[in-house]
Design a protein around this ligand. Structure first.
Ligand SMILES: [Zn+2]
Length: 708
């Protein structure tokens, strides 16, 4: 069988950068013959979607497959649901990628190839946790490497898609099948790790081996795709700071990638989707990144046929777009039980279509980089990574958003000079596990005049999470490890001190001059100074009893122990907080801690920021350069549901004054507000513009056009 006769011509080479608005329809088994294909194609056209991801095969085949054991939808009949949608999308001029999902199979597969099924630690083949008629497959053995390779090959030969996107292809925990046991032993000499000791040598070896095996699978599938359609790629559903695959390798291998974090759930701040953009871009750079968002609620009960509030959809997507993601809506099931998502998605897509030239970003202009570290997550954090790693990052991230500092994220595997050139300051929120080589790179960064803000146990462990004798960055901190971590501390404080000579305050404690003392964090690294500090703006007031009330008085009223080390190294500046200021900020959201973090970033950066936004409210501020323009995105997160969705309504904030620095050598041709659709009041001075934005609903963009 060949491609359907009315299929459009395959897109050209390097199609990856073309699509700006993705549509995903994930069919369910009984969709074929039931759902309205015409409706969907009309909708794609009306909303100006320019690329589609469509269900093809794997768990269920939506085309007449000839591969034995490739389960064909019982409702397919003589039809070709995938082929029909594929051809329709091509007629609309859309790029198309085929979706496969290899993670689940039926009984016939188990009967024919029991060794294709995942085996749990107790030696039993694994039934599917959600659908007991299905089995969970082994990701690292012949099922994926052979059978799914055949499936991939068949799809791409019949339908010349631009890519194959595979979902849930990396496995679901350690598999103890015969293939995994044998291969792992042969490769590493270890038996598969058992129990949950994430620090055992076998577990560490498994992390490396399973990762290599998945990258190998990626290559096998990619070769199968390219053999049929040279411009097409295998595109894994993968990535992120907590993923098991190394983001640096992912960034190198990918031409395009999609961040699959579909909505807010539980306690999650309004900037969550923007973070996806930053996290992926850290290793993908200029390459296009899609931001997958669900039209439905993504909570633990997995109401897959639900619909989110229009305001929540808009805010989630706005923050993604402002952070460089290209929106991708995903809808499960071709039947529409609740149509209330259709209009908000259509409105957004039309708006972003109109803004398209200004969303084709060439580079962010942010000067601050927030470092994340997969090795810190895996080897230092391990089973405690959520609190010991992630909560530090969240706190630092939130402080930056509140301070309206435009920033990027930086992968700790890319600390070389070329990757750090755009940045003036790096933030290390308890980046505990750093190799000697990484410490050298950070030292060189400061040597080139860079700023550093580090917290808590940063650099106290090597890349494997093994404790060092002393900080790897102790020379920059001007502090040594004095042995031990105190905490959780109850009722501990910090004294805010004047410079004993000048009687003035350090810029680090700007805004806290009248405080006297502020609350401490929950944990502190016992550290001591290695070089005399001219003055310590924050010193420790030790924990003292918080009950009975009669006993609540400081046993030692004050100490001279510095709780922040701020030092200059040539042109570079380093601030080290030996306590968990960022994690505590996430827990307590103390205004004082937010202010300290913002002050530290400002002092360490020591230059005029690319953009300053003045006005009330909480805004996520990003700043970008395009070929012939620059943009400042203002995403208004000011909402009673900012820290936990869903947002009920969008609430405008009042006037914001945006002062932006113009990139060198650029001449301004015009300024407009994309959402308001008007030319704002602008004041120009040498190298800078001040723009008045009367109001922001959820998303406004200040767009500055440059002369050619
Ligand atoms: Zn296996």
């Amino acid at each position: 069988m060949t491609a359907p006769p009315d299929a459009g011509a395959p897109a050209e080479e390097n199609w990856f950068d073309r699509p700006m608005r993705w549509a995903q329809l994930t069919l369910v088994e009984n969709d074929p013959g039931r759902y309205d294909v015409r409706f969907w194609l009309d909708y794609f056209r009306e909303i100006r979607a320019d690329a589609a991801c469509l269900s093809a095969g794997g768990c269920v085949a939506y085309y007449p497959t000839d591969i034995p054991l490739h389960y064909r939808s019982r409702f397919l009949g003589d039809g070709d649901a995938f082929g029909e949608l594929y051809a329709g999308c091509r007629r609309l001029g859309m790029n198309v990628i085929a979706r496969t999902d290899p993670h689940a199979v039926h009984d016939d597969v188990y009967a024919a190839h029991p060794d294709w099924i995942m085996v749990t630690e107790d030696g039993r083949p694994r039934r599917h946790w959600a659908d007991p008629e299905l089995w969970v497959t082994c990701a690292l053995g012949p099922y994926n490497f052979e059978f799914m390779t055949e499936v991939t090959r068949e799809i791409v030969r019949r339908y010349p898609v631009d890519g194959v996107f595979s979902n849930r292809w990396t496995g679901h925990g350690t598999c103890y099948c015969v293939h995994c046991r044998r291969r792992f032993k042969d490769a590493t000499g270890h038996d598969l790790p058992r129990g949950d000791d994430r620090r055992s040598p076998a577990y560490r070896a498994y992390l490396g081996w399973s990762q290599d095996r998945l990258f190998e699978l990626w290559d096998v599938w990619d070769a199968a795709v390219r053999a049929a359609v040279p411009h097409a790629r295998f595109i894994p559903n993968a990535g992120g700071a907590h993923g098991k695959l190394d983001m640096v390798r992912i960034g190198e291998k990918s031409e395009i990638l999609f961040a699959d974090r579909q909505a807010r759930r539980g306690l999650m701040p309004g900037w969550a989707n923007g973070r996806n953009g930053k996290e992926f871009r850290a290793t993908l750079g200029r390459k296009p990144i899609g931001g997958i968002f669900s039209v439905g609620v993504e909570e633990r009960a997995r109401w897959k046929d639900s619909v989110q509030s229009p305001a929540e959809l808009r805010l989630f997507v706005a923050d993604g777009v402002a952070n460089g993601l290209r929106p991708w809506f995903t809808k499960f099931c071709g039947m529409i039980y609740d149509p209330r998502w259709l209009q908000p998605v259509a409105d957004m897509y039309r708006m972003y279509d109109a803004w398209e030239p200004y969303l084709r970003n060439e580079a962010p202009l942010a000067r601050v980089g927030l470092v994340y570290s997969q090795q810190t997550w895996n080897h230092y954090g391990a089973e405690h990574a959520e609190t010991q790693v992630e909560d530090h990052t969240r706190g630092m991230y939130h402080a930056l958003v509140e301070a309206r500092v435009p920033f990027e994220m930086v992968h700790d595997g890319l600390l070389d000079e070329a990757h750090l050139t755009p940045f003036k300051t790096l933030l290390l929120p308890n980046i505990a596990a750093l190799s000697d080589a990484q410490c050298r790179q950070l030292r060189a960064f400061v040597g080139r005049g860079g700023g550093l803000v580090a917290t808590h146990e940063t650099s106290l462990y090597d890349e494997w999470g093994e404790r060092r004798e002393d900080f790897g960055l102790g020379d920059l901190f001007g502090a040594r490890y004095a042995g031990g971590i105190e905490g959780p501390m109850q009722n501990a404080y910090l004294a805010v001190r004047r410079d004993p000579v000048t009687r003035g305050f350090h810029p680090l404690v700007c805004g806290l001059e009248d405080a006297g003392r502020i609350i401490n964090g929950r944990h502190r690294v016992k550290a001591e100074t290695t070089a005399p500090l001219p003055y310590a703006p924050l010193t420790l007031i030790e924990s003292y009893p918080d009950l009975p009330m009669e006993m609540v008085w400081p046993r030692v009223p004050d100490s001279d122990l510095p709780q922040v080390y701020a030092r200059r190294h040539g042109e570079g500046r380093v601030v080290y907080f030996p306590w968990d200021i960022d994690r505590t900020f996430w827990e307590v959201l103390s205004v004082d801690h937010g202010r300290l973090l913002a002050n530290a970033v400002r002092w360490a950066t020591d230059e005029e920021p690319p953009v300053t936004v003045t006005g009330s409210g909480v805004l996520d501020v990003t700043v970008w350069e395009q070929r012939r323009s620059m943009t400042v995105h203002l995403v208004n997160l000011t909402n009673p549901m900012m820290m936990k969705g869903p947002v009920r309504e969008l609430i405008p904030v009042g006037e914001q004054v945006v002062r932006l620095r113009l990139p060198a050598g650029r001449e301004v041709a015009g300024v407009k507000l994309l959402r308001a659709g008007v030319a704002p009041e602008v004041r120009a001075e040498r190298g800078a513009l001040t723009v008045r934005v009367p109001s922001v609903l959820e998303h406004e963009v200040v767009a500055v056009d440059f002369r050619a």
